[in-house]
Design a protein around this ligand. Sequence first.
Ligand code: CP
Ligand code: NVA
Length: 303
Amino acid sequence: MTRHFLALHDYTKSELDALLALAADLKDKLKRGIQHRHLGGKTVALIFEKASTRTRVSFEVGVFQLGGHGLFISSANSQMGRGEPIKDSARVMSRYCDGIMIRTFGQEIVDEFAKYSDVPVINGLTDLFHPCQIMADLQTVIEHKKGYEGLKFAWVGDGNNMANTWIEAAAIFGFELRLACPVGYEPDLRIMAWAKAKAPGLISLTNDPRVAVAGADVINTDVWASMGQEAEQKEREKVFVGYCLNDTLLAYAKPDAIVLHCLPAHRGEEISDSVIEGKNSVVWDEAENRLHIQKAIMVTLIK
Ligand code: CP
Ligand code: NVA
């Protein structure tokens, strides 16, 4: 059966740990100039229905480093953008390609694509999840904190695709996660219920960012308006006052806490310039690790 990478909940902790270990190994090999040509002669389609810098570049570079060809497809310039059914696009593309990454809107689109694809499909972000990013984030945590066990994670901001994926990660990996979100901007209720049932006592939600950040080892935030929510930007700027990860808020965390942000960042909104540029920030390592973890995912899935 073809294995996809659509959501963390499709994987066990040991499978995800294995991906993280492989990512660390591939990173080490790359730094030492050792080639790993697992995708020699293979093509991976990279389909984008939303904008991207990191996801596009890290996948294209990653496929190239593995000896394969990354095929960028903007939905706007393909028949997908003119309404060709997802199931038809999936069956056609999987006849040509050995793997498919897709960034789109609804999670049901990647689910449908995977259902009709004969080759592995990787979720490069939906409105619901961003699993490649959270795996890169965990690789970064492991590098800076020598592991994730026993650490306290905090989320400050919108209950968006990143927050939802962190909730799944907390339940699967078994670490404490405290989220602070404004009323009406909470994470997906079904995901929260699933995670709380899987890992009782580990995940909590508050409206006070100080409560979430108090004593935290890892603090994560993201934009207040995600892609597709641009029209809500002004309204959200009012709602999210008090949710800026600035030096005052960071002072509630452990002194050696690390700060994550998937980027792109809006300085002065969800994060201050001083924090993203400060000594606790590991956002550039985090961005780099997209490359390594995605290579690990492709090496594992694409046969
Ligand atoms: N973090 C992330 O996914 O960035 P891009 O939107 O630039 O791909
Ligand atoms: N939550 C953001 C993440 C961007 C990488 C969005 O979906 O736009």
